[in-house]
Write a protein that binds this ligand. Structure first.
Ligand code: ITT
Length: 184
């Protein structure tokens, strides 16, 4: 089975990748520190970082963020920093008086094999009023995807992957990899 290096220090992400990719790939977690530039978009961060990871190809990195409408897209590209400083409780406080609860998650997956390819996935939803659920990671306890009643933290990995930003990006990645394999 082909090996695919996933550069992340987030075991929650690894579980989600393995759930969808393990039939086709041996996904290996590499918790390497890579240089994350401060940029306006997740795509820029991913492309720049991949350039420094050529020796690990085939390799993927995943940069994701939560974009909240009422906060003009915050925390967005600052999601990691905001999780470490304010956390879910801080976001709920910022949203305390807010009626507009709309938000979306975005996942950008960068693959470096012979060349760089980018796959994105978005998941619209809402910020709940108090944390619910113990599964998942990060902002999962405060986000309900559109059309569902449960937060990501109340869902199984399989169910989260069906609707999530990462699930969508991963399915685009799988399609691409299957097509490039049939060309070989
Ligand atoms: P790596 O960079 O090591 O992969 P990370 O957790 O820092 O791990 P990101 O920069 O992509 O990953 O994520 C930014 C923040 O958004 C971080 O705090 C994550 O916990 C959170 N996040 C990313 N994807 C998420 C998801 O599917 N559900 C909930 N929170 C998520």
């Amino acid at each position: 089975m082909r090996e695919l290096n996933l550069i992340t220090s987030n075991p929650g992400k690894l579980r989600e990748y393995r759930e969808l990719l393990s039939e086709r790939f041996n996904v290996k977690m590499k918790p390497l520190e890579y240089h994350e530039i401060q940029a306006d978009t997740l795509e820029e961060v991913v492309c720049h970082a991949l350039e420094t990871l050529r020796e690990y190809a085939p390799v993927i990195i995943d940069d994701s963020g939560l974009f909240i409408d009422a906060l003009k897209g915050f925390p967005g590209v600052y999601s990691a920093y905001v999780m470490d400083t304010l956390g879910c409780d801080g976001i709920l406080k910022l949203m305390d008086q807010e009626k507009n609860r709309k938000a979306h998650f975005r996942c950008v997956v960068g693959l470096l094999d012979e060349e760089i390819k980018i796959f994105t996935g978005d998941c619209p939803g809402e910020i709940v009023r108090s944390k619910r659920g113990t599964g998942g990671f990060g902002y999962d306890p405060i986000f309900v995807p559109s059309g569902y009643d449960h937060t990501f933290a109340q869902m199984s990995i399989q169910d989260k992957n069906l609707v999530s930003h990462r699930g969508r990006a991963m399915r685009a990645l799988i399609k691409h990899m299957e097509l490039s394999f049939t060309r070989i």
